[in-house]
Design a protein around this ligand. Sequence first.
Ligand SMILES: Nc1ncnc2c1ncn2[C@@H]1O[C@H](COP(=O)(O)OP(=O)(O)OP(=O)(O)O)[C@@H](O)[C@H]1O
Length: 302
Amino acid sequence: MALVVICGQPCSGKSTAAICLAEALKESEAKPIVRIIDEGSFHLDRNQSYADMPAEKNLRGVLRSEVDRSLSKEDVVIVDSLNNIKGYRYELWCLARAAGIRYCVVFCDAEETHCRKWNEERREKGKAAYDDRIFVDLARRFERPDRRNRWDSPLFELWPHKEGVTNSSTAITEAVSYLTKKVDSKSRDVKVLQPTIATQNTRFSEANSLYELDRATQEVISAIVEVQSQALGGPSNGISVGVGLPTITISRSVGLPELRRLRRTFIKLTGQTSLSGRPPPSDAESAKRMFVDYLNRELGAA
Ligand SMILES: Nc1ncnc2c1ncn2[C@@H]1O[C@H](COP(=O)(O)OP(=O)(O)OP(=O)(O)O)[C@@H](O)[C@H]1O
């Protein structure tokens, strides 16, 4: 039915907003099944999850895979996490688009001084709080949503430090209305995302790009599996997949299920025009190059 991305600074009231939205949705006429996906769903510790870039990437990957698995035409999925990176919100939007469902962003726009104070109070009460170093780093790197971007739209804004957050906050009520409104030909304000040809796995276009993408990524996976089996499960650096192509540098041994999952996500993400405006790869070589770059980003040490 829909994907809702909650975003905001650390300790800005995101979980409070997610719970209020879930309750308000359940009280609405449509009464959808609502599922909140957050770090807590995986028993992940805040400070460990944001300790460094590999840990943070891993957290994003875990949440994204769970979102991908959970999206359906019937339920509302709320991702309650920082969702602070523009490119990551784009990836989530792509998943909603591939699923052909509604999408919106709820932004907890609390001022940093308040977030810091709430974090301190949380610590004083003996609850899990962000370490100072991590709080400062996350606050600095936050990329505010901008409603002009498809992946930040529609945008419902909350100001927790000014108005608090309740089930009847204006942004929550507006989000519920947007998510549950019956769509007919006159509902121009509600957008149900439509999968592009490239995101519909069953509809191969006359253009070769999906076929090439599929085959090229499969070849890359096979190369990794082969080298890893020779390295007896240890990390395998510098795997070559062709002359003139970048090598694969991954910091650990990666199992086939994880490689398949990454491949599936990559195909979904690149099977359409990307954030940078780049078209999907149209030949095997560029497909391999993009997939290797993607794997190095997702699995590399940096
Ligand atoms: N409007 C508010 N007024 C006062 N305190 C608040 C408000 N919103 C949240 N808090 C406090 O801030 C703390 C964090 O709230 P919450 O868990 O909703 O934030 P969060 O953004 O989800 O945090 P995190 O980034 O850790 O996931 C809680 O202790 C809560 O009591």
